[in-house]
Design a protein around this ligand. Structure first.
Ligand SMILES: Nc1ncnc2c1ncn2[C@@H]1O[C@H](COP(=O)(O)OP(=O)(O)O)[C@@H](O)[C@H]1O
Ligand SMILES: [Mg+2]
Length: 242
């Protein structure tokens, strides 16, 4: 039985990983994707998981509190964290580094460089949602450049970007738009991995902190599988099929 489990569940999921959901642009879906992906990692992939809500608005932490009124069993813990003090944040991050398993951190849009620095120094991946409007693209680019500038001054920063276009409206897209989107994607790809897009669906708005519905799974699996495989170094066994 143990052997079977070992065959199916990759050992890399027990390794220490720190994942940030970050982009200085608000409203791109950091908190939503953080929740959906946390459910996916924990329930679907059996990754030992802790979620930290570092946004002062405490949206995710609040939602977990609501969920706990209806659900007793949860697959992962959610904690809140204040990242105002760099020294505090540094100590917390160093502790998280010693945990077996993964920590996912939802970050606020308005991070100072100093606050960001402390999160980045111990992070492995930055999942950065965006969509195709000029404002968002500009902010996202500014955010990427901030991180790369910090990296020049602090070579210990190893965090890699995973970009994911979120709230994508599949119905729109004229020839000229498709071309523009491709240019944006190619630009972001210079700085990291590009995950499959996630569409704009009401089912994704109503996420919870317990588990994803079948519908949600259908709408997010392609993207989350890609991100999961990237983070835990899982090779595609069935490549060549597509
Ligand atoms: N894929 C999606 N489909 C539909 N609505 C979404 C999707 N992702 C996010 N939203 C909605 O967009 C708004 C902003 O999302 P949120 O996760 O709060 O962004 P952020 O944390 O980056 O500020 C919320 O109302 C959320 O419900
Ligand atoms: Mg948020």
């Amino acid at each position: 039985m143990i052997q079977l489990e070992n065959d199916i569940i990759p050992s890399t999921i027990k390794e220490n990983r720190i994942i940030l959901f970050a982009n200085q642009k608000g409203g791109v879906g950091k908190t939503t994707l953080c929740g959906l992906f946390a459910n996916y990692l924990s329930v679907n992939q059996h990754v030992p998981l802790l979620v930290i809500d570092a946004d002062p608005q405490q949206t995710f932490y609040g939602r977990r509190k609501d969920d706990l009124r209806r659900e007793q069993e949860v697959a992962y813990k959610v904690q809140s964290m204040t990242i105002k003090s760099p020294e505090n944040t540094r100590v917390i991050m160093q502790n998280l580094r010693t945990l077996p398993g993964t920590t996912v951190i939802d970050t606020p849009g308005s991070l100072t460089q100093e606050g960001m620095l402390q999160l980045l120094i111990n992070a492995d991946y930055i999942i950065c949602p965006y969509h195709y409007d000029l404002n968002t693209i500009d902010s996202t680019r500014a955010f990427i450049l901030t991180v790369f500038r910090l990296r020049q001054a602090h070579p210990e920063i190893k965090a890699k970007f995973i970009f994911v276009c979120n709230k994508h409206d599949v119905r729109v897209g004229k020839g000229s738009e498709l071309k523009a989107w491709k240019i944006v994607d190619e630009y972001f790809q210079k700085f990291g991995f590009l995950a499959p897009r996630i569409g704009n669906y009401a089912d994704l708005e109503r996420y919870n902190t317990i588990a994803n519905s079948d519908k949600v799974e259908k709408l997010t699996n392609r993207s989350f599988d890609f991100i999961y495989k990237t983070i835990y170094n899982i090779e595609d066994k069935d490549d060549g099929n597509e």
